[in-house]
Design a protein around this ligand. Structure first.
Ligand SMILES: [Zn+2]
Length: 70
Protein backbone atom coordinates (compact mmCIF):
# COMPACT_ATOMS: atom_id res chain seq x y z
CA UNK A 1 0.00 0.00 0.00
CA UNK A 2 1.29 3.42 -0.84
CA UNK A 3 1.98 5.89 1.92
CA UNK A 4 -0.71 8.43 2.47
CA UNK A 5 0.11 11.60 4.30
CA UNK A 6 -2.38 13.43 6.43
CA UNK A 7 -4.07 16.26 4.57
CA UNK A 8 -3.84 18.49 7.61
CA UNK A 9 -0.40 17.93 9.09
CA UNK A 10 1.39 15.74 6.51
CA UNK A 11 2.09 13.00 9.03
CA UNK A 12 2.06 9.51 7.46
CA UNK A 13 -1.34 8.03 8.19
CA UNK A 14 -1.79 4.62 9.74
CA UNK A 15 -4.22 1.96 8.65
CA UNK A 16 -6.88 1.66 11.29
CA UNK A 17 -9.25 -0.97 9.96
CA UNK A 18 -11.38 -2.13 7.10
CA UNK A 19 -15.04 -1.91 7.78
CA UNK A 20 -18.33 -2.57 6.11
CA UNK A 21 -20.57 0.31 6.92
CA UNK A 22 -24.22 -0.55 6.86
CA UNK A 23 -25.82 2.19 4.87
CA UNK A 24 -28.89 2.40 7.04
CA UNK A 25 -26.69 3.28 9.97
CA UNK A 26 -24.42 5.60 8.07
CA UNK A 27 -26.81 7.88 6.30
CA UNK A 28 -25.62 10.74 8.41
CA UNK A 29 -22.21 10.26 6.89
CA UNK A 30 -23.04 9.22 3.35
CA UNK A 31 -26.31 10.91 2.71
CA UNK A 32 -25.23 11.97 -0.76
CA UNK A 33 -27.02 10.21 -3.60
CA UNK A 34 -23.68 9.66 -5.30
CA UNK A 35 -23.26 6.52 -3.21
CA UNK A 36 -26.56 5.02 -4.26
CA UNK A 37 -25.20 3.64 -7.48
CA UNK A 38 -22.11 2.17 -5.93
CA UNK A 39 -23.43 -0.14 -3.29
CA UNK A 40 -26.45 -2.07 -2.29
CA UNK A 41 -26.51 -2.65 1.42
CA UNK A 42 -23.05 -2.09 2.80
CA UNK A 43 -20.16 0.16 2.02
CA UNK A 44 -16.73 -1.47 2.31
CA UNK A 45 -14.20 1.12 3.37
CA UNK A 46 -10.63 1.31 4.50
CA UNK A 47 -10.15 3.75 7.36
CA UNK A 48 -6.87 5.52 8.02
CA UNK A 49 -6.04 7.61 11.05
CA UNK A 50 -3.45 10.30 11.54
CA UNK A 51 -1.52 9.52 14.74
CA UNK A 52 -0.75 13.18 15.27
CA UNK A 53 -3.97 15.12 14.74
CA UNK A 54 -6.31 12.09 14.68
CA UNK A 55 -7.93 12.97 11.42
CA UNK A 56 -9.75 10.03 9.88
CA UNK A 57 -9.77 9.34 6.20
CA UNK A 58 -12.02 6.91 4.38
CA UNK A 59 -11.32 5.08 1.16
CA UNK A 60 -13.85 3.04 -0.70
CA UNK A 61 -12.71 -0.53 -1.22
CA UNK A 62 -13.33 -1.97 -4.62
CA UNK A 63 -14.61 -5.37 -3.63
CA UNK A 64 -16.37 -6.14 -6.86
CA UNK A 65 -13.07 -6.78 -8.58
CA UNK A 66 -11.66 -8.87 -5.78
CA UNK A 67 -13.10 -12.32 -5.53
CA UNK A 68 -14.03 -13.60 -2.12
CA UNK A 69 -12.03 -16.83 -2.46
CA UNK A 70 -8.46 -15.68 -2.54
ZN1 LIG B 1 -2.69 14.85 10.81
Amino acid sequence: MQKINCLRCSTPMKHLLNQRIQLGQANWLFHNHVWDNIIAGALPVMILVCPKCRKLEFFLLNEKRREKHE
